[in-house]
Write a protein that binds this ligand. Structure first.
Ligand SMILES: [Zn+2]
Length: 162
């Protein structure tokens, strides 16, 4: 059982890391140069270490969560089911590239940074304070929303099934 929605992923879990960011969880990948300190860093940063490799458990530090599933949706479920309380999903609140919490900006601030036709259509934008990327609820958003809905319904089905 875990209390915190903060994760440190090993380098094989890049897709899972992005998916957890999409759902609003504070998620980082261990830097290449730090892989030997995977569990130590997780402890220091108050994150749950998540890996596919059982051998990680032999290293000093708090034991990691070793995922059994090899496919993305299964891994997401495995993680979410580790929480003592089912965590609220906060989709589209984090930058998928760098994990920073996004800030809302208006159309005027977005102008010139996204194609003109986009500021013509959309009025709400989100900005990453670190990498300065601007996001809006375009077609990519619809795809991601579908993924979020699928995860929510999987979670609900699990709950009903016991
Ligand atoms: Zn960013």
């Amino acid at each position: 059982m875990i209390e915190t929605g903060r994760f440190l992923f090993d380098r094989m879990l890049g897709s899972l890391c992005r998916r957890m960011r999409l759902l609003g969880f504070d998620s980082v990948i261990i830097p290449e140069s730090e892989t030997g300190r995977f569990l130590i860093n997780a402890g220091r940063e108050n994150r749950l270490a998540v890996t596919l490799a059982t051998r990680e458990s032999d290293r000093p530090g708090k034991p990691p969560l070793v995922l059994g599933s090899r496919e993305l949706d299964g891994q997401v479920l495995e993680l979410l089911e580790c929480f003592r309380e089912p965590p609220p999903l906060q989709p589209f609140t984090r930058c998928l590239d760098c994990n920073s919490v996004l800030a809302e900006i208006g159309r005027d601030e977005a102008r010139g940074r996204v194609p003109d036709k986009i500021t013509g259509i959309f009025s709400e934008f989100m900005e990453c304070p670190r990498c300065r990327k601007v996001f809006w609820k375009g077609s990519h958003y619809e795809d991601m929303l579908k993924e979020v809905r699928e995860i929510e319904s999987m979670l609900n089905n699990r709950k009903k099934g016991g």
